[in-house]
Ligand binder design. Structure first.
Ligand SMILES: C[S@@+](CC[C@H](N)C(=O)[O-])C[C@H]1O[C@@H](n2cnc3c(N)ncnc32)[C@H](O)[C@@H]1O
Length: 261
């Protein structure tokens, strides 16, 4: 009898490398696609984490401004004491252990969607013996497992520019939801696009930044205060900017907002 050689089985498409970070390996199936697709090499791959997670590397990526911004962030946090802090996602370098040491917070909720990032942070706070202050958990910043008005201060350290617009909006709304009236929101990140900075003016530089950071262009062009006002209204709060500090000819900024009723 003649045998058919037709294979009816569906052809298994080979997965793209980044897709493995969504549904395989050691990671949760709910890893957001934007993170795996655009940042697997920086935040999810063990080699990337080993390579990037050094103050020197972060300082190079932030054009020599990192130590200043990190120190000013801790200083700004420490203007209050005995408060509860939500650090919305991990960050590389020295900022997490410095917050443990110098922020005057009595308890720090630190979460991230990537377990590998939480493991890194855990090593650092264990090394400087501040781990007792930290409550660490795996969570998506779009749906933070903390009650309304759970914390006095929320910190967003260079997270917002890495988020697609809809995700950024959800994260801001969640930040306002968990922050108490009379509490603070502190944001360190890129500053809006100027007409003077060479990296804003020249398409060549903009293209490099927007290739490496695919959502930065949207962040450069958005009005953060208007967006915060919008999500404050939705969460029945108000938000007022208290201070702003700029770095490197307005390329980066550190903002402090007071949340009201
Ligand atoms: C804070 S941002 C970048 C900070 C900056 N590049 C640095 O290291 O100083 C990077 C972190 O955000 C986390 N992240 C991104 N999207 C997230 C989300 N929706 N929920 C929780 N964590 C998120 C990533 O896993 C990563 O650990």
């Amino acid at each position: 009898m003649k045998q058919t050689l037709i294979d009816d089985a569906p052809i298994e498409q080979s997965k793209k490398h980044w897709e493995l970070y969504c549904d395989g390996h050691d990671f949760r199936s709910s890893m957001p696609e934007y993170l795996a697709k655009n940042y697997w090499w920086a935040y999810l791959s063990p080699a990337g984490v080993r390579f990037f997670d050094h103050p020197f590397m972060v300082n190079c990526i932030l054009w020599g401004q990192y130590h200043k911004i990190a120190a000013d962030t801790v200083k700004l946090l420490s203007t209050e004491s005995d408060y509860s802090l939500a650090e919305i996602s991990c960050a590389y370098g020295e900022i997490i252990p410095k917050i443990g040491e110098g922020s005057n917070a009595k308890e720090i909720h630190l979460f991230d969607i990537a377990p590998i990032q939480l493991d890194q942070a855990r090593k650092k706070i264990t090394a400087n013996n501040t781990q007792e202050k930290f409550h660490m958990f795996e969570a998506n910043a779009e749906k933070i497992p903390l009650a309304d008005n759970a914390v006095d201060t929320s910190l967003l350290f260079f997270l917002l520019h890495e988020l697609p617009v809809a995700v950024r909006e959800n994260v801001l709304q969640e930040t306002l939801r968990i922050t108490k009236p009379n509490g603070r929101i502190i944001i360190a990140d890129y500053a809006p696009k100027t007409k003077s900075h060479w990296f804003h003016r020249l398409k060549f530089f903009r293209n490099i930044f927007e290739t490496l950071e695919p959502f930065l262009g949207y962040f450069w062009r958005m009005d953060l205060n208007t967006e915060l006002d919008k999500y404050a209204a939705i969460t029945h709060k108000t938000v007022e900017q208290k201070s702003a500090k700029f770095y490197w000819h307005k390329f980066y900024r550190l903002l402090e907002f007071r949340v009201g009723k």
